[in-house]
Design a protein around this ligand. Structure first.
Ligand SMILES: O=C(O)C(=O)Cc1ccccc1
Length: 276
């Protein structure tokens, strides 16, 4: 049986995205949980055959640690999954006024920032996963609270104060990537998108202009562009680019070849675009 790596413990949003994908694809892989996004990423292609990780949130944008993993990886993006995301607040006491500590996952923090900023006199502890936030609350000896996935709300103690929604945006969503060792084969009947990473190690002039020209000359639609520091020198960046179509299509293959003549391009994968 194949093994899929994701962020644990069980019941994180990453776990929910994984379970949804397993049932939609009719797969029965064993889910292996890792305590951080980085350890989950590093397990893929090693102790796990494939993995599911969050890449982009509606309000927070890209998950930097996952982008950095993609920069260095030999894995391929095989699919994307969109998941609606809602957060609740649970406590171990009778009112918000008593709360001294708040546990919140670092990506969740920004998605509930309006609520969190309204709190006063509370120490905030950033955690690695939303279920770690819940576990930390369970282990806390002082009056405390945790920002948790809304689906755990009903199981929480009924004698304690709770708020059923502390999410900033009503239509909050996170996009997850399915990563694996092999690229996805093209099925001409499906709509694909392709993610590329362009390295600009030598900082030549006109990198963005050349990319945009190579794509627009062939009527290829760019849907996202994201820069990440190279970490070798301040002010130097690599570019993550999403385009519509599959890398095996002739116009896309030609555009990649043209960009590759001046810059290093890596195809991270072509995969079916999720319906937003
Ligand atoms: O901690 C989780 O539940 C995760 O899967 C990571 C995450 C955090 C916030 C929004 C979506 C995914």
């Amino acid at each position: 049986m194949s093994v899929v790596a994701t962020l644990g413990p069980k019941d994180t949003f990453s776990d929910m995205a994984t379970q949804r994908y397993l049932s939609a694809q009719g797969l029965s892989s064993k889910v292996s949980y890792f305590p951080t996004l980085k350890t989950a990423f590093n397990a893929i292609g090693n102790e796990a055959d494939w993995g599911v990780l969050p890449i982009e949130n509606l309000s927070e944008g890209y998950v930097q640690v996952v982008l950095d993993g993609l920069m260095a990886t030999d894995l391929f993006i095989r699919d994307e999954i969109l998941l609606p995301i809602k957060f609740a607040l649970v406590t171990n006491c009778q009112s918000l006024a008593e709360v001294r500590s708040l546990f919140v996952q670092f990506v969740a923090h920004g998605q509930c920032s309006e609520f969190i900023e309204s709190l006063q006199g509370i120490t905030i502890h950033n955690t690695q996963s939303n279920m770690e936030s819940l576990n930390s609350l369970e282990g806390s000896k002082e009056p405390a609270a945790a920002v948790v996935p809304q689906h755990v709300l009903n199981d929480w103690r009924s004698d304690c104060f709770k708020i059923d929604n502390v999410t900033d945006f009503a239509h909050n969503q996170t996009r997850f990537l399915v990563l694996g060792k092999y690229p996805q084969k093209i099925n001409p009947a499906l709509a694909y998108k392709t993610t590329l990473v362009v390295r600009d190690d030598h900082d030549k002039p006109g990198v963005l202009g050349s990319i945009v020209t190579a794509l627009s000359d062939r009527r290829i639609n760019m849907t996202s562009i994201m820069s990440r520091p190279t970490k070798s020198q301040l002010g130097k960046y690599h570019f993550f680019i999403d385009i519509e179509g599959h890398c095996e299509q002739a116009n896309i293959a030609a555009a990649i070849e043209q960009i590759n003549a001046s810059y290093q391009v890596k195809v991270l994968g072509s995969y079916q675009a999720a319906v937003v």
